[in-house]
Ligand binder design. Structure first.
Ligand SMILES: Cc1cc2nc3c(=O)[nH]c(=O)nc-3n(C[C@H](O)[C@H](O)[C@H](O)COP(=O)(O)OP(=O)(O)OC[C@H]3O[C@@H](n4cnc5c(N)ncnc54)[C@H](O)[C@@H]3O)c2cc1C
Length: 407
C-alpha cells in the first residue's frame, strides 16, 4: 500500500488522530476484535509509525497481550545483558522489538480504506477530525494519539538518544541485546550504550543520556556510537538507518490538570495521555494495554470513550508515584556523573523484581527492597525528593521565577 493512493475517509465509528504506536495499536486491536466497528486512522506521515524500533521485555505484558502483539514483533531474543563498572549480568528475560515498517505492513491493510496518510490534522473535536486542507472526517468517537505534547503541569527529565543501525565488516559476536552498557565514560547525565544484534553483522547501537535538558546533540551522540564500536573492535561498513528520540522521564506532575488541557470529549491515548513508564519513557506496554481496554469497552460512543480514557490515564499515573520518586532521586539527588550508581545498584536485585519494575507492577515489598540499605545518593538530597506535591510546587515556582526574569 503506497502513500498518496488513499482517499480520506468521510466518516467512521472511531476516528484516531495520529498513526504512531498508540494510534496504530488501537486500530489494530479494534480490527482484530471488533470488526463491526469502522475505524479511521489519520496520520501526517507517509506511513504508520514513523521511523522507530520499539522494544519491550516479554515480561512487560501478559501472555494474552503478547499473543496479539507477536505478529508485529520483528526480533526476539531469549535473554539480555547489562554492563556496569562493577559487574556484567545476563538476565534470562526475553526481549522483543517491533519496527515501524512492520507495524505499517500489518496494520495498514487491515484499516484499509479507513487509512489516511500524508493527512495533516488541524483540529480534533468530539465528533470529527479536520485536516489542514479542509477535509473533515466525522466520527462517533475521536481518539487523540498525536504523541507527546508539552505542558507546564509535568516536571520532566529526559532520556535522549541517537541510534544507528550499523553493518559491520565482521561478526559483532553478540547473541543477545545489551540493554545498558554503562561502563562507558559518563557524560551529560547517566550515559549508556544500548545494542540490539539483528543479524551476525548488523546491530542497532544507541548512545543514550539521562539528562536534565531536552537539547539533543546528534553529532556528540554519533561520535559516542562510533567510539564505542571502535573500543569493541566493531569496524563499521555501513550506516543503514538512524533514529533519535528525546523521551520524557516523569519526576512529578498534576495529572488532572495535564489531562484537562486536552480537548474535552476526545479520548487521549499514548504519550498524549502521559501513558509511559516514568523512569524509562517507554510506552509500548501501556499503548498495548490501552488498545486492549478500548476494544473491550461495551460503550464506544464518544463521551463514554473520552471519560474512560481520561480516567484510565489518571489512574495509571497515580499508581506510579513510586517510579516518579525514583526518577526524582536519579535526577535531583544524584550528581549527573554518579547517576549510574542508582541503576548499578538496582541491577543487583533479583530478576523477578526487575521484571515487575519494568512491567510497572512493583509491589510494596519490592519498593522496600529497592530503597533498603545505604542509598547510592546523599541521604539529605534523597529526603528532599520525597513529597511529589512539594517537589512539583517547588519546580513550578522556580519555573515561574525564571520566566519572570525573562529566562
Ligand atoms: C526513536 C524512538 C525510539 C523509542 N523506543 C522505544 C522503545 O524501544 N520502547 C518503548 O516502549 N518506547 C520507545 N519509545 C518511546 C515511545 O514508545 C514512543 O515515543 C512511541 O512512539 C509513542 O507512541 P505514541 O503513539 O504516543 O506517539 P507517536 O508514536 O509519536 O505517534 C504520534 C503520531 O501522531 C502523528 N501526528 C502528530 N501530529 C499530527 C498531526 N497534526 N496530523 C497528523 N498526524 C499527526 C505523528 O506523525 C505520529 O505518527 C521510543 C521513542 C522514540 C522517539
Amino acid at each position: 500500500m503506497e502513500a498518496g493512493d488513499l482517499a480520506v475517509p468521510e466518516k467512521a465509528d472511531i476516528a484516531i488522530a495520529g498513526g504512531g504506536l498508540s494510534g496504530a495499536l488501537i486500530a489494530y486491536r479494534l480490527r482484530l476484535t471488533r470488526p463491526e466497528v469502522t475505524v479511521a486512522l489519520v496520520e501526517q506521515g507517509p506511513s504508520l509509525g514513523g521511523n522507530h524500533t520499539w522494544s519491550f521485555h516479554a515480561s512487560d505484558v501478559s501472555a494474552a497481550t503478547y499473543k496479539w502483539l507477536s505478529n508485529l514483533v520483528r526480533h526476539k531474543w531469549p535473554r539480555q545483558a547489562v554492563i556496569f563498572p562493577k559487574f556484567h549480568r545476563v538476565l534470562e528475560t526475553s526481549y522483543c522489538s517491533i519496527t515501524s515498517s512492520r507495524l505499517h505492513d500489518i496494520v495498514a491493510p487491515l484499516v484499509d480504506e479507513g487509512l489516511a496518510l500524508n493527512a495533516d490534522i488541524a483540529e480534533v473535536a468530539p465528533d470529527r477530525i479536520r485536516l489542514r486542507d479542509g477535509a473533515v472526517i466525522k466520527a462517533n468517537a475521536v481518539i487523540d494519539a498525536r504523541g507527546a505534547r508539552t505542558s507546564d503541569r509535568l516536571v520532566l527529565g529526559f532520556q535522549k538518544f541517537v541510534g544507528q543501525e550499523l553493518e559491520f565488516v565482521a561478526p559483532h559476536g553478540l547473541d543477545a541485546p545489551v540493554i545498558m552498557d554503562a561502563s562507558v565514560p559518563q557524560e551529560d547525565g547517566y550515559r549508556f550504550l544500548y545494542v540490539l544484534p539483528f543479524t551476525e553483522r548488523i546491530a542497532l547501537v544507541e548512545d543514550t543520556r539521562y539528562a536534565d535538558g531536552a537539547a539533543l546533540d546528534r553529532e556528540a551522540l554519533r561520535r559516542g556510537i562510533s567510539d564505542y564500536c571502535a573500543v569493541r573492535g566493531w569496524k563499521i561498513s555501513k550506516v543503514i538507518r538512524e533514529e533519535d528520540g528525546v523521551l520524557p522521564i516523569a519526576l512529578a506532575g498534576d495529572i488532572d490538570a495535564f489531562l484537562d488541557e486536552g480537548v474535552e470529549g476526545v479520548a487521549p491515548a499514548g504519550m498524549r495521555a502521559a501513558l509511559f513508564h516514568p523512569l524509562t519513557g517507554y510506552s509500548l506496554p501501556d499503548a498495548a494495554g490501552l488498545a486492549e481496554r478500548i476494544a473491550d469497552q461495551d460503550d464506544l460512543s464518544g463521551p463514554a470513550l473520552a471519560r474512560f480514557a481520561v480516567r484510565h490515564a489518571a489512574s495509571v499515573w497515580r499508581n506510579r508515584s513510586f517510579y516518579r520518586l525514583l526518577s526524582r532521586m536519579l535526577f535531583s539527588a544524584a550528581a549527573p556523573d554518579q547517576r549510574y550508581k542508582v541503576l548499578q545498584r538496582f541491577y543487583g536485585l533479583p530478576r523477578s523484581l526487575i521484571e515487575r519494575f519494568y512491567a510497572g507492577q512493583t509491589h510494596f515489598g519490592d519498593q522496600a527492597r529497592i530503597l533498603a540499605g545505604k542509598p547510592p545518593v546523599p541521604v539529605s538530597r534523597a529526603l528532599g525528593c520525597l513529597g511529589e506535591e512539594k517537589y512539583l510546587n517547588r519546580a513550578l515556582a522556580a519555573r515561574a521565577t525564571t520566566q519572570a526574569q525573562g529566562g
